[in-house]
Design a protein around this ligand. Structure first.
Ligand code: SF4
Length: 369
């Protein structure tokens, strides 16, 4: 079996570690590029949302490289996510591809189902390696998220433009090569020190050193928030403009909430976000619609200077959230901007809108002081 999966930010490092430790051959598609996007858009329905198109591009590139099994996560809810796997399967079969597709459905209080699906992929004889594989995967996943949090806090204070990104990428390579949780910890610790050394500030990570540096929260559809190629690298661009970015979604948090706590029916933090969203949106609309609203309210309460929502064109949950964001913005006095992106979006267009939004926020922050 030569297994592949779609890219989502830098998390392929953790997923690859999981399957490789379990003795499965992994064929990693190349990082998404314009070619990936073209392959995906050319072979998907025009009205399909961007994550589906980029996913198709990833799979086609991986199948070209010799992959024969695709693993993807399923989904539930009123949006199209639940149909994704079937649509993608039909598109690829229609193109004459020869492959097997494995869909990992959310456990919904039945961890045994998820375990059975994993056993089907790796075979019963390798199940004993699962604990070690999960430990290594979890250490890589949490290290990547910690590194991202530090990057977002420190990038506005780097001595030379691009220093933090360079250190981040080098550290990711070390995390990728690490063969044990201990090595992962060491790589993450070195990364943190290296990042601090290329910054103007010696201060505490996570605290805004410059009271004039604008703080902006990123909310929206999970794939668009986490995949820099899909969102035109907004986090990096904002950081290089001197903005401290706060991302509302991290995969390790999502895994704790939706896999571990959900499987064992433990109280979920996302319920707090639901409570915050309730005055504006009181029922599930699919995707991350409710979380987008709840996180925006939370950011307004925390005193952030603005919120940017990133959404794929035609994404139903985020269209609902977009309308409500205007009301939250008026009620709670937090500026909000929505970036709706598809295969026609250009880096320059996104950059222009970001600059205008950041200028507006910086000016009003200065005036308030
Ligand atoms: S949440 Fe939006 S982008 Fe994601 S599958 Fe649903 S409609 Fe598509």
């Amino acid at each position: 079996m030569k297994l592949t999966f779609a890219h989502l930010g830098d998390y392929h490092i953790a997923v690859k570690a999981l399957f490789e430790t379990l003795g499965v051959d992994v064929v990693l598609p190349p990082p998404p590029t314009k070619r990936t996007m073209s392959l995906g858009s050319l072979n998907s329905p025009e009205f399909a949302c961007l994550p589906l198109k980029i996913g198709i591009g990833n799979y086609l590139e991986a199948l070209e490289m010799g992959a024969d099994t695709i693993v993807m996560v399923g989904g539930i809810g009123p949006c199209r996510l639940g149909l994704y796997c079937e649509v993608q399967r039909q598109i690829l079969e229609g193109l004459g591809c020869d492959f097997k597709m494995i869909v990992l459905e959310p456990p919904q209080g039945r961890p045994d189902r998820l375990l059975r699906q994993v056993r089907d992929i790796i075979g019963a004889q390798r199940i004993s390696r699962l604990f070690d594989a999960l430990r290594l995967t979890w250490s890589k996943l949490t290290a990547i998220d910690r590194l991202n949090k530090i990057t977002l806090c420190l990038r506005p204070f780097e001595k030379r433009k691009g220093d933090i990104t360079r250190v981040y990428e080098a550290s990711l390579r070390r995390i990728d090569e690490a063969a044990s949780p201990k090595e992962v910890q060491a790589a993450a610790g070195n990364a943190r020190d290296a990042m601090k050394s290329v910054c103007k500030t010696e201060g505490r990570i996570g605290k805004a050193e410059d009271p004039l540096a604008p703080r902006i929260g990123i909310v929206g559809e999970v794939f668009m928030v986490l995949e820099p190629f899909a969102n035109c690298e907004i986090e990096k661009r904002l950081g290089e403009m001197g903005v401290i970015v706060d991302r509302s979604i991290y995969l390790s948090d999502w895994a704790v909430e939706h896999v571990i706590k959900d499987a064992f029916r433990i109280f979920r933090k996302s319920k707090l976000l639901n409570e915050m969203a309730k005055p504006y949106l009181c029922h599930f609309v699919g995707g991350h619609g409710v979380e987008t609203i709840g996180s925006t309210v939370a950011y307004a309460n925390e005193g952030l200077d603005g919120v940017i929502q990133v959404a794929p064109f035609t994404c139903m949950p985020e269209i609902i959230a977009q309308d409500i964001l205007a009301k939250i913005s008026r009620d709670l006095g937090i500026p909000a901007m929505t970036l709706v992106l598809d295969e026609h979006s250009s880096d320059t267009g996104v950059l222009t809108r970001l600059e205008a939004f950041v200028d507006m926020i910086a000016m009003s922050k200065c005036r308030r002081r």
